[in-house]
Design a binder for this molecule. Structure first.
Ligand code: FAD
Length: 499
């Protein structure tokens, strides 16, 4: 019997998972295939900000900035476990952008739209205020502080997939779309699993959300030329030991006109990024280069009083932005907005390919994608995601601390830090993972770094985790804390319990 769907989505990054969720909630029968793990492409390697993008104002990207600014609070309400507000300190650097320009940009940022809960911009005296204390002595007087949000990019992706599945979508990871042929009855998509098993599904519409692979899918699987091109731009980050104690993030202007963030990360670290350079290799093979690491150390070192050296780098990661190629000269100037190509050569079997986009705007991107597909999929429901929480997100926007405290009260063996991690990762779903446990042993085997068997089982059965990497680097960042010699036991457990 033929396996038939309304919509097939290629790619389990934030955009594919966001579209699958939205479409499933509109009553469509959805299939999503991801050739590796969910969010294993670009969607794990971002700066992890839900932000308007202050610097995009310099490129007059008002549409994008306004949409992104509005999305900050929409996503915060949808997923208060994964999204939280962050204040950004922007030191005024004599010789770079003038103070009036920064003021103007921040005025627009505060007023372009959507800011109801986040506090507005304020001026900081960096010479006297503790927020200036970690910076080079005597170098900065005035600074500004403004609001954006941070997000767990990977978990946002996975929970979109979870919600899509809860609404009836079929999500298949480690499954690659190797061919797609348009027929009278829709798209015939050939899927191939890791062990080489192939099968065909049929869908009335196809979405190519393959991120950096969007052109490859078009060229190799669909065999279709499009006007739009993707521009692959590498961006790298370093994670260093914690550089300062307060909870603000810094946004530094570099002398090349770029900006670099220094963000408090996972209690013990500071995340510094990013770079912008054109990339022509295989997106799966991208790695932070020594040149990029030195660039980031120098950029942050120009601002912080305490020296930051290569030995402070505990981890680095790199991703490829799948930008829409708008012909801009420098990589940093290429638009961060998204563009769709809708191909309807044969009526009733559309192909929508996605170029560009941001984590921040994924939900709106999904709404726009479905609006474009609506004439081809008559009968689908209307937009619904703006007010619908993600799994575990059914609590108040400022409630994550209270949730963590509640976890400690119910499960007194948890440390405050462990409870905060579980509340921040799973929200109210943490109750289901912890069950009625009153002793650590009740959670089964302890793999180290606070990872228990109950959590691993949850990740395997509800979040498509198959390997230790999926658990340690994507569903969590416990890889930063777990000793290397503890990993084989986790691998063995997961292999033995794969279902
Ligand atoms: P991806 O996440 O790459 O997903 C595409 C998926 O398709 C991949 O998982 C891939 O395995 C799969 N795939 C490909 N071919 C096939 C096939 N044939 N069959 C099945 N599956 C296939 N955005 C923000 O909003 N805030 C930020 O702070 C931010 N910082 C960034 C910093 C950097 C350095 C980078 C690189 C990006 C940043 N972004 C940020 C942008 C954001 O991360 C990306 O726009 C977004 O993750 C792209 O998602 P995607 O779903 O389009 O692509």
């Amino acid at each position: 019997m033929e396996e038939r769907y309304d919509l097939a989505v290629i790619g389990g990054g934030i955009n594919g998972c966001g579209i699958a969720r939205d479409a499933a909630g509109r009553g469509l029968k959805v299939h999503l295939c991801e050739m590796n793990d969910l969010a294993s492409g670009t969607s794990s390697w971002s700066t992890k900000l839900v932000h308007g993008g202050l610097r995009y104002l310099e490129y007059y990207e008002f549409r994008l900035v306004r949409e992104a600014l509005i999305e900050r609070e929409v996503l915060w309400r949808m997923a208060p476990h994964l999204v939280s507000p962050l204040r950004f300190v922007l030191p005024h650097h004599a010789g770079l952008r003038p103070a009036w320009l920064l003021r103007l940009g921040l005025f627009l940022y505060d007023h372009l739209g959507g800011r109801k809960l986040l506090p507005p911009t304020s001026v900081v005296d960096l010479a006297r205020d503790p927020r200036g204390a970690p910076l080079k002595k005597g170098m900065f007087g005035k600074g500004f502080e403004y609001s954006d949000c941070r997000v767990d990019d990977t978990r946002l992706t996975v929970l979109n997939a979870r919600d899509a599945a809860d609404r009836g979508a079929t999500i298949e990871t480690r499954t690659r779309a190797v061919a797609a042929v348009r027929g009278a009855d829709g798209w015939r998509v050939t899927l191939e699993t890791r062990d080489g098993v192939r099968r065909e599904i049929v869908a009335r519409a196809l979405v190519n959300a393959a991120g950096p692979w969007v052109s490859r899918v078009l060229g190799e699987a669909v065999k279709l030329e499009t006007k739009s091109k993707v521009r692959l731009v590498q961006g790298s980050h370093i994670v260093v030991r914690k550089l300062y104690d307060h909870d603000r993030c810094y946004i530094f202007q570099n002398t090349d006109g770029r900006i670099v963030f220094a963000i408090p990360y996972l209690d013990d670290f500071t995340l510094i990024g990013t770079t912008d350079r054109d990339y022509s290799g295989d997106p799966a093979e991208v790695r932070a280069t020594e040149e990029e690491i030195s660039y980031l150390l120098d950029a942050a070192g120009a601002y912080f009083e305490a020296p930051i050296v290569r030995g402070d780098v505990v981890w680095s990661f790199s991703g490829v932005r799948p930008l829409y190629d708008d012909g801009a000269g420098e990589a940093k100037a290429a638009t961060r907005d998204y563009v769709f190509e809708l191909d309807t050569a044969v009526a009733g079997a559309p192909l929508l390919s996605i170029f560009g986009g941001k984590i921040t705007t994924y939900r709106r991107l999904a709404e726009h994608a479905l609006a474009d597909l609506a004439p081809h999929l008559p009968g689908m429901g209307g937009a619904w995601t703006a007010k619908a929480g993600l799994p575990g997100g059914d609590f108040a926007v400022d409630g994550v601390r209270a949730l963590a405290a509640d976890l400690v009260a119910r499960h007194p063996f948890l440390s405050t830090r462990e409870a905060a991690r579980l509340a921040g990762a799973y929200g109210t779903t943490a109750h289901a993972i912890l069950g009625t446990a009153t002793r650590r042993e009740d959670l089964g085997r302890d793999f180290g770094a606070g990872l228990g068997e109950a959590e691993v089982r949850h990740l395997m059965t509800r979040e498509w985790a198959r390997t230790a990497d999926d658990v340690l680097w994507r569903r969590s960042k416990l890889g930063l804390f777990m000793p290397k010699d503890a990993i084989p036991a986790l691998e063995a457990f997961m292999a033995a319990n794969a279902g």
